[in-house]
Unconditional design. Structure first.
Length: 163
């Protein structure tokens, strides 16, 4: 007698139970207070102090957006951290425990200048989310560096930069 397709084993022990679904992320609506100083600390490595102050202020007033984990990684040009990275493991554990993750803080990239988007705070959370579901929508707040007034600053070698 031929087996019906409904007789195929579905669980790890050959039983017909469904395998547990991957846990879904849970997100807070607002960043935690410590996320903004963390973003400022990181941004101070790649931007001048006045730009950092303006960007953090813009992040605090930016409207919430939702973007897919895979798109955030692509736009940032950052590599996906492995699922066994200590910080990713910690965020995955939070999700399994039903704890809400903080939204990510971003600085928009500039396609015309080949400047990638900057994840100012939340890189590990983006990677954890990707490991759960690369198409999951992640709440994020985005600031634009390009809206700053243009200034020219000369260096000692006579070159100039436009900010």
């Amino acid at each position: 007698m031929a087996k019906k397709s409904s007789d195929k084993p579905k669980g790890p022990a050959g039983d017909k139970t469904k395998a547990p679904a991957s846990p879904r992320e849970h997100w807070k609506d607002e960043p935690e207070a410590h996320d903004f100083p963390a973003a400022a600390d990181f941004l101070s490595l790649v931007a001048q102090a006045d730009d950092v102050k303006r960007l953090v202020s813009a992040l605090k007033t930016a409207p919430i957006q939702r973007r897919k984990a895979k798109d955030l990684l692509r736009a940032s040009a950052l590599a996906l951290l492995p699922a066994d990275n200590a910080h990713v493991v910690a965020d995955l554990a939070k999700v399994r425990q039903g704890e809400a993750l903080s939204p990510v803080l971003l600085v928009r990239g500039d396609l015309r200048r080949s400047a990638p988007m900057v994840i100012a705070d939340g890189y590990h959370r983006v990677c954890a989310s990707y490991h759960l579901d690369e198409n999951a929508d992640i709440p994020c707040f985005v600031a634009d560096l390009g809206s700053a007034p243009s200034r020219r600053a000369s260096s000692s070698r006579g070159t100039s930069t436009v900010q």
